[in-house]
Design a protein around this ligand. Structure first.
Ligand code: ADE
Ligand code: ZN
Length: 339
C-alpha cells in the first residue's frame, strides 16, 4: 500500500542546501540562552516573539533576525543551536545539510571568530555520530557591509579553510549587487572554496547574471526572479546549476503572495534543477517537512516531481560523487519499496 503524502515525503531521503543556522534559533532557545548569558530581550514571552514574526519584506525579517542572534555568546550556544537544527533535520528525513553561518553578525558584537565556527563544527561532528546526518559549512558575507569587511572575514577564516565548503552572500539584496564582492569571491576561490550567492530573491535578474558571470557561483540561492528573463533561464539550465528554493520563506517575506503562485513547479518544467529548503525555519513557520508539504499540496506536485526534487538535493550538493551516488541509490530503493 502506498504511504500517504506526509509519510511519503518524510521517508524520502533528502538534503537541505539552504539553511541559515542563525535562522533556526527557536524562541524557546532564544529565551534559554538569554537567561544563561544574562542578555536582556525586548520581548516578555515566547508568544510575544512569535507575534513579532510578521514581515512585509526581507529587511523587516533581517532586523529581527540580527537582534535574535545577540543571545549567542559561547561555543556551547552555537553547539546547542546546531544540534537543535540537526535533530529537526533528521526527524524530517534529512540525511545531509549544507548550512550557512554569518560570522560578521557575531564578530561585529565583539565575539572572536573562533566561537561560532568551533561551536558549529562540534555540533556537525556530534550530529554525524549521534544522528547519522552529514553536513558542510558555508561562510556567508553580509552584503550590506563593505568589501573590506568581507576581506577581513575571509582573513579571519584562514585557520579554518579546510573545514569550510565554501562562501556565500546573504543579507539585504537590493542595493548591494554581487559585483561589490567580485574580488573577495575570486580570493575565496583561490583558497579552494566553492561559491554560492543569494540572487534573485528580491533583486532583479541582472543580479543573477552578475552572480554567474562575476562571482562564478557553483549554486544559486533562491533565484526566483531568474524566471523573468528567458535567456537567463537558458543559461542556468545549460550550466546545470542548482537553485536552492525556499517556499515558506518566499511566502513569509512576500516574494510570493500565495503558495499556489509559487514558481517551483514552473522551474521544474523549465528544466531547472530546483530544490526545496527551509532558509530560516524558526522565523518562517517550518523545517524541511513543512516546506515540502506546503509546496506539494499547493502546487499539486506528483511523486515523480517529489523524487526529482529529492535527487536534485543530492546532485546539487557539494558531496563527493560516490556519496551522491549512494544517496541516489537510497532514493531508488525507497521509491521501489513505496510503489
Ligand atoms: N539571511 C538569512 N536569511 C536570508 C534570506 N532569506 N535572504 C537574505 N539574507 C538572509
Ligand atoms: Zn537564505
Amino acid at each position: 500500500m502506498s504511504a500517504d503524502l506526509a509519510d511519503f515525503i518524510r521517508g524520502l531521503p533528502k538534503a537541505e542546501l539552504h539553511l541559515h543556522i542563525e535562522g533556526s534559533l527557536e524562541p524557546e532557545l532564544m529565551f534559554e540562552l538569554a537567561q544563561r548569558n544574562g542578555v536582556e530581550l525586548p520581548f516578555k514571552s515566547v508568544e510575544e516573539v512569535r507575534a513579532a514574526y510578521a514581515f512585509s519584506n526581507l529587511q523587516d525579517f533581517l532586523d529581527i533576525y540580527y537582534q535574535g542572534a545577540q543571545v549567542l555568546l559561547t561555543e556551547q550556544d552555537f553547539h546547542d543551536l546546531g544540534m537543535a537544527y540537526f535533530r529537526r533535520l533528521a526527524a524530517d528525513g534529512g540525511r545531509h545539510a549544507e548550512i550557512f553561518f554569518d560570522p560578521q553578525t557575531h564578530t561585529d558584537r565583539g565575539l572572536p571568530f573562533s566561537v561560532a565556527i568551533e561551536g558549529l563544527l562540534s555540533a556537525m561532528k556530534a550530529a554525524e555520530a549521534e544522528l547519522g546526518v552529514t553536513s558542510k559549512l558555508i561562510l556567508c558575507f553580509l552584503r550590506h557591509l563593505s568589501e573590506d569587511a568581507a576581506f577581513d572575514t575571509l582573513k579571519a577564516a584562514e585557520p579554518w579553510l579546510d573545514k569550510l565548503a565554501g562562501v556565500g552572500l546573504d543579507s539585504s539584496e537590493v542595493g548591494h549587487p554581487p559585483e561589490k564582492f567580485e574580488r573577495v569571491f575570486t580570493a575565496a576561490h583561490e583558497r579552494g572554496l566553492l561559491r554560492v550567492a543569494h540572487a534573485g530573491e528580491e533583486g532583479p535578474p541582472e543580479y543573477v547574471w552578475q552572480a554567474l558571470d562575476l562571482l562564478k557561483i557553483d549554486r544559486i540561492d533562491h533565484g526566483n526572479r531568474s524566471l523573468e528573463d528567458d535567456a537567463l533561464v537558458r543559461r542556468i539550465v545549460d550550466q546545470g546549476l542548482t537553485l536552492t528554493v525556499c517556499p515558506l520563506s518566499n511566502l513569509k517575506l512576500c516574494v510570493v503572495n500565495d503558495m499556489v503562485d509559487h514558481p517551483l513547479k514552473r522551474m521544474l518544467n523549465l528544466g531547472l534543477r530546483a530544490t526545496i529548503n527551509s532558509d530560516d525555519p524558526a522565523y518562517f513557520g517550518g523545517y524541511l517537512q513543512d516546506n515540502w508539504m506546503a509546496a506539494a499540496t499547493s502546487l499539486g506536485l506528483t511523486r515523480d516531481e517529489l523524487a526529482t526534487l529529492a535527487r536534485n538535493s543530492f546532485t546539487g550538493s557539494f558531496l563527493p560523487l560516490a556519496d551522491k551516488a549512494a544517496h541516489l541509490a537510497e532514493i531508488d530503493r525507497y521509491l521501489a519499496a513505496s510503489a
